[in-house]
Write a new protein. Sequence first.
Length: 74
Amino acid sequence: MAQKYTNRAKVIAWNKDMRMDITGSLPSAAIGIFTLINTTEGKEKALEQMQHHLEKCKEREASNADMQTLPKGD
């Protein structure tokens, strides 16, 4: 039986100092790539963008949960 891969990543990332092959879960790959950002400013900008995306995801999930709790029509 073939192995099923879900939420997995295989990434080759380069920056000016190194090359990194990352294979694993999406969260671990994201953290691995984040560590390759050379500057604190770059890391802060990436973190700000990720936090913004997380807030949008939370809002969408809350909205979906609200829709599921509405009573069904007759």
